[in-house]
Design a binder for this molecule. Structure first.
Ligand code: MG
Length: 257
């Protein structure tokens, strides 16, 4: 564990060395086009919105973005539509007014039709846990990009196990189990953030450990932060839609030895 803390604390080391986090290794350079692309899995057809269980906090059930605000302050300036809400390009990210630590999130999204652009410029948005740890939202249906940047990737770190994308225009689901990173009083990482993710009901992230906050073309070291922070959605300039967003706060479990 000491070695792990060392690695995580030493930002420059992260670039120079393969990073070992438990049994998981991130050996590929960030955004490598050589990194193998996950195989395709055709998920079940889209279904009606998945209703929240009794202990969930509903973050969007239609009609109003009252649970959200602009990430730069003020009201959430995204557009509420008949079926959900939509990114307004240039309006900036939005985030929840409430803050979360360990939590289970359910989010539904769909990318625009007809699809426009390619690679990272097609249906790009993102789910930012604690405003730092991004699960990529992208139209990855017949759209090649780097493996660690496609839909359901932990951006720049972990490609999904498989590509379970539905075609653009169809609603897709993310079910996320998130364990926040733990820091000691000196701000060093005691245990990294951990993510499990189902994309359209298919397991695509299996308890992966994060190397730090996401970055574009960089692997950023952890910086100590609050135990609870908002969930944010990214404005990447494309009119991605969302609906039916809810969260269950989880009881915290002690850090793994
Ligand atoms: Mg994104």
């Amino acid at each position: 564990m000491k070695a792990l803390r060392h690695l995580i604390a030493g930002g420059s080391l992260l670039i120079a060395l393969p990073l070992r986090l438990g049994a998981q290794v991130t050996e590929w350079p960030v955004h490598s086009m050589e990194r193998p692309v996950p195989r395709l899995v055709k998920p079940a057809p889209p279904a009606a919105p998945v209703a929240p269980p009794s202990d969930a906090m509903v973050l969007f059930a239609g009609g109003t973005l009252a649970a959200w605000e602009g990430a730069r302050g003020g009201a959430a300036a995204w557009r509420v539509t008949e079926q959900g809400f939509e990114v307004v390009p240039g309006a900036g990210a939005i985030r929840t007014r409430a803050a979360f630590g360990d939590a289970q999130f359910h989010i539904e999204w769909r990318s625009p039709v007809p699809p426009a652009g390619e690679g990272q410029d097609r249906g790009n948005s993102g789910v930012f846990l604690m405003e730092r740890y991004e699960i990529q939202v992208l139209d990855s249906y017949q759209n090649r990009t780097y493996a660690d940047g496609q839909a359901a990737a932990v951006y720049g770190q972990h490609p999904p196990l498989v590509n379970a994308s539905r075609p653009p225009g169809q609603w897709q689901t993310y079910d996320i189990v998130f364990r926040r990173p733990r820091f000691d009083s000196a701000g060093s990482v005691v245990s990294p953030a951990r993510i499990t993710l189902l994309h359209n009901g298919v397991l695509v992230q299996d308890g992966v450990l994060l190397t730090g906050p996401v970055g574009h073309r960089e692997r950023r070291p952890y910086e100590a932060h609050a135990d609870r922070l908002p969930l944010a959605l990214q404005d990447h300039g494309q009119r991605v839609q969302f609906r039916n967003v809810w969260v269950r706060s989880l009881e915290e479990v002690p850090a793994a030895p």
